[in-house]
Design a protein around this ligand. Structure first.
Ligand code: 1GP
Length: 244
């Protein structure tokens, strides 16, 4: 089944959870184990990405290890990298809408588009919007970060994504952020858009996940939580908060 349909089907049943695995944070075998655990506790999909400049070799080995241990779809979620693996189920075609650097909006995309077409990789377009603190990706992409109280600006970018024909709006506080995107901002954006809303960054606990979900996130992405001890139980409680 195509990832697009898989996601649509999952969304019709309720909240979707995605586990982000950053290939630069562990050896490929460990990434495979993390993916297996994520699937066991109920995560619906794996994103591979989160770091800039991941090498071709690390990416390929990580994707292979993940695909060996998990059967849920694996999407590449690049942020300015041109590496690619053939073993992926799809490619989240992320345009970082509030970057000042065209490379992150459409530049890398233009360079990799023909390769993706030739390889017949499924592409899923999403408007990626960075909210403070933005973390590393905010810095490297030279993003004009959305202040945490500027709901109008977030709405503007989110609607722009919808009008440009993106499948998803992705509100991101940044990998490793201390707090998620504010609930009020999620609520304000959700009220205006009619495409599904992905929210990630800083979601570590069941309370965070519930708050983000109740504010209107359709898809919740967590990364850092699987990098710490006791991650299985933490992830399990996040999943039960999301799926309750
Ligand atoms: C995915 O970047 C996030 O959108 C992941 O962030 O590592 O803070 O969960 P965390």
């Amino acid at each position: 089944m195509k990832v697009r349909e898989y996601l649509k089907n999952k969304l019709s049943q309720g909240a979707v959870h995605i586990t982000l695995i950053d290939p630069s944070r562990q050896v490929p075998e460990a990434a495979g184990r993390l993916a297996e655990t994520a699937q066991e506790v109920g995560s619906d999909l794996i994103f591979i990405g989160g770091s800039t400049g991941v090498s071709q070799r690390t990416l390929v080995e990580t994707v292979d290890a993940v695909k060996q241990r998990a059967t849920i779809p694996v999407l590449f979620c690049p942020a300015g990298t041109e590496s690619i693996s053939l073993n992926l189920d799809g490619f989240l075609f992320l345009s970082l809408l509030n970057s000042r650097n065209a490379h992150f909006i459409s530049g890398t995309h233009a360079r990799i588009a023909l390769v993706l077409k030739r390889l017949e990789v499924e592409t899923i377009p999403a408007g990626y919007i960075l909210v403070e603190p933005g973390m590393k990706i905010g810095e490297v992409s030279d993003a004009e970060l959305i202040s945490r109280d500027n709901f109008w600006k977030a709405i503007g970018y989110a609607l722009a994504a919808e009008f440009m024909g993106m499948d998803y709006v992705y509100l991101e506080a940044g990998n490793g952020a201390a707090q998620p995107v504010p609930a009020g901002m999620i609520r304000a954006v959700k009220r205006e858009i009619s495409i599904p809303l992905i929210v990630g960054g800083g979601i570590r606990t069941a309370i965070d996940a519930r708050r983000v979900r109740q504010a209107g996130a359709d898809i919740v992405v967590t990364g850092t939580v699987i990098e710490n001890a006791g991650y299985r139980e933490r992830l399990r409680s996040i999943l039960s908060a999301l799926k309750e």
